[in-house]
Each structure stands twice: as C-alpha cells, then as structure tokens.
Design a protein. Structure first.
Length: 144
C-alpha cells in the first residue's frame, strides 16, 4: 500500500535536490571559514587581474601622451598612486565578497537544515513501516 505522506515528502526532497539543492548542498559541505576564505582568495586573484587590465587599458588609451611625456613624469608618485588605488580596490571588493558569501552561506545552511529535517522525517516513516511489517511478520509466526 502506498503512503501518500511519504510520497509527498519524497517528491519535495527530489524537487529540492533538482532546484535549490544544486546551489545549496555543495555549500553545506564547507565550514563557514573555509567557504568564505576560498571566496576571498578567488576574489583577490580576480580583482588583481581586473585592476591590471583596467590600468593597462588606460595606459593604452593614453599611450601617445605617456610616450611623449614619460621623461617629465614622477614615476614613483604614479606607482604609489597605483599601489594605493590597488589596495583600496582589493579592500573594498574583499569586504563586499565577505558580506555576500557570509549571507550565501547562512542562506544555504538554513535551506539545507530544512532539507535534512525532511530527510529525518522520511527516515522515521520508513522505520515505522519497518516496525509494523516486523510486528505483522512476528504476529503471524506466533499465531501460526
């Protein structure tokens, strides 16, 4: 005999795994510090690449001016400004990444907690059915 409640729970679990689970279940395998740390490391490399590309693009755009006036420029000051700008950009993006990934992690943990509660509920249903079938089997043996 089919148990409708069990089928509903199994269906909701399958739907979760297909939709939200793809996004949240992998996150739940990490510790919070590891998840955020990996995001910050990835952020550092991407921000560095982006900053270098932007500086290079600006350098190419103003290439003629730079080539004509490079002997008049204070290259140490320009390098200092670029380094300070890089530091500011890294700090700002790292802060934003930290906030974003902290929120993502907590959303994922909350979502997965509900998923595991449903899994536990399904397991209890299976255990109840198993006990009933054992009682029926042992009742038949004792009476037979």
């Amino acid at each position: 005999m089919l148990n409708e409640e069990k089928i509903k729970v199994m269906n909701s679990l399958a739907m979760y795994e297909k939709k939200e689970g793809k996004k949240y279940l992998p996150v739940s395998r990490y510790y919070r510090s590891d998840y955020i740390g990996l995001a910050l490391i990835k952020n550092f490399f991407l921000v560095t690449i982006g900053y270098v590309l932007v500086v290079a693009a600006v350098g190419v755009y103003f290439g003629d001016f730079l080539m004509e006036n490079i002997h008049k420029m204070d290259l140490v000051r320009i390098g200092t400004y670029l380094a300070i700008g890089y530091g500011i950009v890294v700090v700002v993006y790292s802060l934003l990444t930290y906030i974003e990934y902290t929120i993502r992690y907590h959303k994922a943990k909350k979502s997965v907690r509900t998923y595991y509660q449903e899994l536990t509920r399904l397991e209890k249903m299976y255990n109840r059915e198993e006990r009933r079938s054992e009682e029926v089997r042992s009742g038949r043996r004792n009476s037979g």
